[in-house]
Design a protein around this ligand. Structure first.
Ligand code: MTE
Ligand code: HPA
Ligand code: MOS
Length: 777
């Protein structure tokens, strides 16, 4: 196989287990259909199946709930409500406002009220529908605009200020003002939410769960069934995608299965059907923005104010940190001297919105891109020039509104490289020439940059652990606290350990993530999985290596003055070349410890939530993309003709995986901004709860000409092998698709009118924006 190599290799002599494209550690199993997901685990004898009974009202008091017809349905073994919960009826990750099963009041259509346990999945689902519930309806709020008008928030609104916005705004010669709406997004992991709870002796439980956060599942289940954490073991070998949707919201499923299994002392599986999954769980927050920006005649931003209202849903979930990340990403790649950035988490009678790739970062950054796009059009300039003019500087204009100094800025160099390699300027002219001659089909082109802060914005979460075992035959087993959701964390961690011990990847194996192996883990989230767990595993492997090296010196001496080196499956010591298993066997007999734990805590982070300032991020990842689209102005159909993306993965641990991450994030983000529309009916029921009505991108939506490259860079921070995170930031790259569509629409009015285009830019929305431009032009 022709392996892509990282742009910069660490040193020539280094054992190259890192920095080299490696196939995903489960690639063969995936392709053969032999990779075990939670639902593939062989079921134990006596396994029962659960289903949840869901609210049909958006906001109501439950006046009566007759579950007798459910209990008498075929195959039903038990029916549970909140009254049956021995511990706490709560699965909220931060604020405890999230009941597992509703009590007295329901807060959205789809809220679980009870659980049925039956002999089969099908019987459980059929039985759940037989409940006779009567409600007394209460007033409901659905949109962020309504929540804002009513002052309904799940948390106090937040504000980040720097400089004197008002004074700077008053002095500014030009202004843009407006509103923008950007829709939410369903995670649409291919494997739905699932938990399989198996009772163990002495009131203990093993919970097999598709989750990004096994430790959180452990705590939620332990609290719900009223036992200590040491009695609950949570295991996850892999997920069929998480995308943030299994960071906190796997808890409802784990807790429900756990409660039933602990009561019945029988294994209980709870697997969400796709429609239930979409009706019950939260999504990416939609945002409503009101903005007001002052700028000068060159297009330099002098003052910026934005007020963002998120649709949090009925409970807080992770909305607070999501809003904080949005506030801290409104700047994107731009220096904003005088700002007033506000965010409010609107309380609505809808699903409780949660993490989704980017975690508010994309929602924060798209607003400033929208504003810059308008400034450029108002001045009759290419938006790229306005972007560039406002970029953060290297040594000045390099402090973010929240006070973090940017010391790793490469946005100008990266953009310049992409501008060249994508032939941006010539293509701009070609697009204009095409449009001049084409009355119906209109092309659009846009280049958008990204800067994304890496670290959990809640400081204490930036820690990880690992456990590495070397067995007597020289084979190695690796555990770490991160979870595999397809992103390749296990492959990267294995590469790191192979690199430390000088072994081939085939000598190593990874185990399921397990709360009994590594304790108190953070969610695999914030794109930090490989950063944190890679470092922890490196720490563990280094300790083993150091012990082996000391023992090798004892055996073979060190008169050659060279350090003991580990590469090529051998240990090189004082002129001897000893096979790794041979040294391991000798070390075992000499009673040298051949396993180790490892730990990592990201240094230098601090954050003051009161002043919204500090140093929340370890470093920044950068990127940019150019997209070219063609829009049919009569039907609103469009196509992405070509996309070029350049992403800064530092010294990539695995360029093959990282390029895959960039491609995946690009297409996923494109879906968010174009075809993926969530629609609730006037009674508050989500009607787009299946792929029949909710359109994620398909293979035919990928551009035929798709050029994704990694930018040659090295992390200035001492990250794992100087790599950079890749999971979420590239989700911002398809801003370029949205702004290319806006550019094509704008051509209809000779680029004189700012198209009032909101996201998602569905065909209907595109047509609406075109007619608005035509009317204004
Ligand atoms: N890639 C795949 N294939 N599947 C996923 O669910 N989740 C994304 C990203 N890439 C995801 C993915 C999200 S939301 C995050 S935070 C990161 O992966 C988490 O993994 P990492 O920190 O190990 O990169
Ligand atoms: N990303 C994902 N999850 C989180 C974060 C974040 O930045 N902060 C707290 N939980
Ligand atoms: Mo990713 S949204 O941080 O799980």
């Amino acid at each position: 196989m022709n392996q892509p190599v990282a742009p910069t290799v660490i040193t020539e002599a280094a054992w190259k287990a890192v920095g080299v494209g490696r196939k995903h550690e489960s690639a063969e199993l995936h392709v053969l259909g032999q990779a075990t997901y939670t639902d593939d685990i062989p079921e134990l004898h006596g396994t029962l199946h659960g289903a949840l009974g869901l609210s049909s009202k958006a906001h109501a008091r439950i006046t009566a709930m007759d579950l007798a017809p459910v209990r008498s349905a075929p195959g039903v073994v038990a029916v549970y409500t909140a009254a049956d919960i021995v511990g706490t009826n709560d699965c909220g990750p931060i604020i405890h406002d999230d009941p597992i099963w509703a009590v007295e009041e329901v807060m959205y259509v789809g809220q679980p009220m009870f659980m049925v346990v039956a002999d089969t999945h099908d019987n459980a689902r059929r039985a759940a529908r037989r409940a006779l519930v009567t409600y007394e309806e209460l007033p409901a709020i659905f949109t962020p605009q309504e929540a804002k008008a009513a002052g309904a928030y799940v948390l106090p609104p937040m504000q980040l200020k720097r400089g004197d916005y008002q004074a700077a705004f008053e002095k500014a010669p030009h202004v843009v003002k407006g509103q923008l709406f950007v829709g939410g997004q369903e995670q649409f992991y291919l494997e739905g939410q699932i938990a399989y709870a198996i009772p163990k002796e002495d009131d203990a439980l093993l919970v097999q769960c598709s989750t990004q956060h096994p430790s959180e599942m452990q705590h939620v289940v332990a609290h719900a069934i009223g036992v200590h954490s040491h009695k609950v073991q949570v295991e996850c070998r892999r997920m069929g995608g998480g995308f943030g949707g299994k960071e906190s919201q796997s808890a409802l499923w784990a807790a429900s299965a756990g409660i039933a299994a602990s009561k019945l002392r029988r294994p209980v599986k709870l697997r969400a059907d796709r429609d239930d999954d979409m009706l019950v769980t939260g999504k990416r927050h939609c945002f409503y923005y009101e903005y007001e920006v002052g700028y000068d005649g060159d297009g330099k931003i002098l003052a910026a104010r934005v007020d963002m209202t998120l649709r949090a849903g009925f409970s807080a979930d992770l909305s607070g940190p999501v809003a904080t990340r949005a506030v801290c990403h409104f700047d994107n790649a731009y220096y904003l001297s005088d700002v007033d950035i506000r965010a409010g988490c609107g309380k609505t009678n809808t699903q409780s919105n949660t993490a989704f790739r980017g975690f508010g970062g994309p929602q924060g950054a798209i607003a400033i891109e929208y504003i810059i796009d308008e400034i450029a059009r108002n001045l009759g300039r290419d938006a790229l020039d306005i972007r560039r003019l406002n970029f953060y500087g290297k040594t000045e204009r390099n402090v973010t509104p929240y006070g973090q100094e940017i010391v790793d800025n490469v946005i100008e160099a990266l953009t310049a490289e992409l501008e060249q390699s994508s032939d941006y300027r010539a293509r701009r002219q070609a697009v204009e020439a095409f449009n001049a001659a084409s009355p119906v089909l209109k092309k659009g082109l846009a280049l958008t940059p990204l800067k994304f802060g890496i670290a959990f914005n809640v400081t204490h979460l930036n820690q990880a652990g690992a456990l590495v075992h070397v067995y007597v035959d020289g084979s190695v087993l690796v555990n770490h606290g991160g979870t595999e959701m397809g992103q390749g964390i296990n492959t990267k961690v294995l590469q790191v350990v192979a690199h430390e011990l000088g072994l081939d990847m085939s000598q190593l194996r990874i185990m399921a993530t397990d709360t009994s192996k590594v304790a108190n883990t953070s969610a695999t989230a914030a794109s930090t999985g490989a950063d944190l767990n890679g470092k922890a595993a490196q720490d563990a492997a280094r300790q083993i290596r150091e012990r082996l090296a000391a023992y090798a010196v004892k055996l073979y001496g060190d008169e050659d003055g060279q350090p003991v080196r580990f590469f090529d499956n051998h240990v090189h010591v004082n002129g001897h070349k000893v096979a790794f298993p041979e040294l391991v066997q000798k070390a075992y007999l000499a009673r040298v410890q051949l396993w180790s734990d490892g730990f990592y805590a990201t240094p230098g982070l601090h954050w003051d939530p009161k002043t919204m300032s500090g140093h929340p991020f370890s470093y920044y990842a950068y990127g940019a993309a150019v997209s070219e689209v063609v829009v049919d102005t009569l039907t609103g159909e469009w196509k992405l003709l070509r996309a070029d993306a350049l992403y800064d993965a530092g010294r990539s641990l695995n360029p093959a995986i990282d390029i895959g991450q960039v491609e995946g994030a690009f297409i996923q983000g494109m879906g968010w901004l174009t075809t993926e529309q969530l629609w609730w009916n006037p009674a508050g029921k989500l009607m787009t709860h299946a792929p029949s009505t909710y359109k994620i991108p398909g293979i035919s939506d990928c551009p035929e000409d798709f050029r994704v490259k990694l930018f040659d860079n090295s992390n200035v921070e001492d990250s794992i092998h100087r790599s950079k995170a890749v999971g979420e930031p590239p989700l911002l790259l398809p801003f370029s698709v949205f702004f290319a569509i806006r550019d094509a629409i704008s051509s209809v009015g000779g680029h004189k009118v700012n198209p009032p285009l909101h996201a998602p830019a569905t065909s209907e929305e595109i047509l609406r924006a075109i007619s608005a431009v035509e009317m204004a032009a």
